[in-house]
Design a protein around this ligand. Structure first.
Ligand SMILES: [Zn+2]
Ligand SMILES: [Zn+2]
Length: 359
């Protein structure tokens, strides 16, 4: 049996080790992808912590985490057409079925039969190879202008930010936008909103992260430590002529982040919720519902990005207007994944850590 190297989670919160495990077998509609770049995202860290049991997320251990996949088609099933061996591809984390009512409407991100790579045996990205089901839909071929490092951000963080900013918030040139939490998704939101012509205010608890946000397009920054959500809302109003912002993007999740984003909105403002909660809130947050009525505010959820919208996203990157690889913090090895996880609780990461050495 042929084997590959992979980082396996055997037990929640137990340090992960690199193991030799069988290369996944593929079915008629699948492809086997040899990874060339694989992002390490906070979502994997959440799963390693055992979060999200409150939305029925179950880990069928042992598993290989990782869901920001870029690689080369190594083998295809007998029924796969139009995806030659050797094609460079990225894989959206929302692997979809292609035939449910949502897929048929182009909303593959909310597919009824979705599979997440890190929860599907043989498909996790912290490995030399992954099996991609329904490969013609779930492998997105890459233009030559999009590098492997760029593409490893397109499996989750960058495409999530793109949908939140461009589609769900529908940010227009000249609008004001707050981005709360300048982690992987947050900094991508800052860059994309600025590229679309918005005035962006970045909010975070760390000075160095806010400095980085300025370099990618934030026109104002706000240090949130020690302030209540309402006080932060007041500061944002002060920065916007007493009005508040048109759009709020919560890229963190959790009570304080959600509320500070909501309190930052102008009348008629729209907030897009991207971040999910942790053990502290377990999926439920109290919101000032009367204020939402009085100010006609809306909260909009945003999940991933549909396969159908990748051409627009790839065009935006090919044009050079946005550049995912500028968020790169470190290129790492499979052995380094646990170390990156260990720095996440304190938000000690600043940019994307991408596995590029799988040997
Ligand atoms: Zn579907
Ligand atoms: Zn992710």
């Amino acid at each position: 049996m042929k084997t590959m190297r992979a980082v396996q989670i055997e037990k929640v919160l137990k340090p992960m080790k690199v193991r030799d495990i069988p290369i996944p077998e593929i079915g008629d509609n699948d492809a086997l992808i040899r990874l060339t770049a694989s992002g390490i995202c906070r979502t994997d860290w959440h799963l390693w912590n055992g979060d999200w049991t409150w939305i029925d997320v179950k880990l069928d251990l042992p598993l290989v985490l990782g869901h920001e996949i870029c690689g080369v088609v190594d083998e295809i099933g007998s029924a796969v057409q139009g995806l030659p061996v050797g094609t460079r591809v990225c894989v959206p984390f929302n692997m979809a079925c292609g035939h449910c009512p949502y897929c048929l409407r182009g909303l593959q991100n909310v597919c009824d039969n979705y599979e997440w790579p890190m929860l599907t045996r043989g498909s996790g990205g912290f490995a030399q190879y992954v099996r991609v089901p329904n490969a013609r839909l779930n492998c997105v071929p890459l233009p030559k202008e999009v590098s492997d490092i760029d593409a490893s951000a397109l499996g989750c963080r960058y495409m999530t930010a793109y949908r939140a900013v461009a589609t769900r918030a529908d940010v227009r040139a000249g609008e004001t936008v707050v981005v709360t939490g300048i982690g992987g998704v947050g900094r991508s939101c800052v860059e994309i909103a600025a590229a679309l012509g918005a005035q962006v205010i970045a909010i975070d608890t760390k000075v160095e992260v806010l400095e980085a946000a300025k370099k990618i397009g934030a026109s104002e920054v706000l240090l949130s430590g020690g302030l209540t959500p309402k006080q932060i809302g007041e500061r944002v109003k002060a920065l916007t002529g007493g009005v508040g912002v048109d759009v709020g993007l919560d890229a963190v999740g959790g009570h304080d982040a959600t509320l500070m984003t909501l309190h930052s909105l102008a009348k008629g403002g729209r907030m897009v919720q991207v971040g999910l909660t942790t053990q502290d809130d377990k999926g439920e947050i109290k919101v000032p519902i009367d204020l939402m009525v009085a100010k006609e505010l809306s909260i909009i959820g945003s999940l991933g990005n549909p396969q159908a919208n990748y051409p627009d996203l790839l065009r935006l990157i090919s044009s050079g207007k946005v550049d995912p690889s500028r968020h790169l913090e470190a290129e790492v090895r499979l052995e380094d994944v646990q170390g990156v996880f260990d720095r996440m609780p304190k938000f000690g990461t600043n940019g994307f850590s991408i596995i590029t050495n799988f040997n």
